[in-house]
Write a protein that binds this ligand. Structure first.
Ligand SMILES: *Cc1c(COP(=O)(O)O)cnc(C)c1O
Length: 380
């Protein structure tokens, strides 16, 4: 196939060249096991601690509050199961929302089978959690509130600071899945009263299979993986040194260029959205028109099957997704689009485009042209 136009950055991103270059020596030159005591090992240990500082700085945490692990899914599992297990004496209730990533929802379902009570909060038509319902759901038994920072399908940004304030005032631990937010939103875990947060490098131009968890000092959590005493005895396993180095470089780089990157994404998103609105009739924008992640747009094209549209675009080198990439293959309506009140028909007609660093207006011109032709063809 000739040139690919990649509009699926919420699913994953290409590793940037500067990140690759930073990682390379750690595969075969500086390959020491960070637990060793000789210089080759100390070199690895230092590289890990250097990356830990970069992650901490990016979210206003301290390095001893950062733990490296394999990514967002492991992070949500460790945060939620780990916090619940360590705080079981406090109660048996957790609160989350209906639009969380499956890494959170499935973790909650597993806990339900173990006797934990879970409240799934509603969201409004923009995808914002119902704060009144949140306040009313907290009981003396509530251990944890887990609400994502920003949604992966419709880009909605939650009122995280308000949620954090409510949680802290009621003595409840607040975890947030910030996998989509990192790099796209300035995050300050202190100002937002966040007790636990997870991120995944492959969503911001870093490598796959590496992530980090922040847990505020003083918040107890149990480990999931037993073994050596790595990561302050919270996550056993020889450290993925190249991955950790890559994560550190990626987060530093994305926040060093934050404003230019953010403006660029908004420009591309608005260019795409206005063009679609102008050229294609009978569409519906899903999520809030503006209060969303800079690089996210989600549009339903009435009387079209999303899967067929994606295949038409795919045949022309354009990569987009329906709702969430984690559900590919399965054609069941997205739980997020259902939660914001979309009927199945419109939910099944949704296309998510998520823009990135390398996208251009010229690409968007081509994409909207292809989209228009495909919609006409499929409606006909
Ligand atoms: C991608 C994603 C995850 C999963 O992260 P992995 O590192 O791929 O396991 C979790 N939550 C959200 C919101 C995501 O977008």
């Amino acid at each position: 196939m000739d040139k690919i136009i990649y509009l699926d950055h919420a699913a994953t991103t290409a590793v940037s060249e500067e990140v690759v270059n930073e990682m390379l020596p750690y595969f075969n030159k500086m390959y020491g096991n960070a637990s060793g005591l000789y210089p080759l090992a100390v070199q690895s240990k230092n590289a890990i601690e250097n990356a830990r500082k970069k992650v901490a700085r990016a979210i206003n945490a301290t390095p001893n509050e950062i733990y490296f692990l394999s990514g967002g899914s492991e992070g949500d599992n460790l945060a939620i199961k780990g916090i619940v297990k360590a705080n079981r004496n406090k109660g048996n209730h957790i609160i989350t929302s209906k639009i969380e990533h499956n890494a959170v929802l499935e973790t909650c379902r597993t806990l339900e089978q173990e006797g934990i009570k879970v409240t799934y909060l509603d969201v409004d038509s923009d995808g914002v959690v119902n704060l009144e319902q949140l306040r009313n759901s907290i009981t003396r038994d509530t251990i944890l509130i887990s609400i994502m920072y920003a949604n992966n399908e419709i880009g909605t940004i939650q009122p995280v600071e308000t949620i954090g304030r409510i949680a802290r005032a009621r003595g409840v631990i607040f975890h947030t899945d910030a996998v989509q937010a990192i790099g796209n939103i300035r995050i300050d875990v202190r100002r937002s009263y966040i007790d636990s947060l997870i991120m995944s490098a492959h969503k911001f131009y870093g490598p796959k299979g590496i992530g980090a968890m922040y847990v505020r000092k003083g918040v107890e959590f149990s480990k999931l993986i037993d073994g050596g005493h790595h990561e302050s005895n919270k996550r056993a396993g020889t450290e993925n040194v190249p991955g950790i180095v890559g994560l550190g470089k990626a987060i530093e780089s994305v926040y060093n260029n934050f404003y230019a990157y953010n403006r660029k994404l908004i420009d591309i998103r608005e260019y795409y959205t206005r063009k679609v609105e102008k050229e294609i009739p009978n569409i519906k924008i899903n999520g809030h028109r503006f209060n969303r992640l800079a690089g996210n747009m989600n549009i339903s094209f009435e009387n079209v099957k999303g899967k067929e549209l994606i295949q038409e675009l795919g045949g022309r080198g354009i990569c987009v997704s329906a709702g969430s990439a984690c559900n590919t293959g399965q054609i069941r309506p997205s739980h997020v689009l259902n939660a914001i009140g979309l009927p199945n028909e419109l939910a099944g007609a949704a296309i998510r485009t998520t823009f990135g660093r390398e996208n251009t207006r010229e690409e968007i011109d081509y994409v909207v042209g292809v989209l228009k032709d495909a919609v006409v063809k499929l409606r006909g």
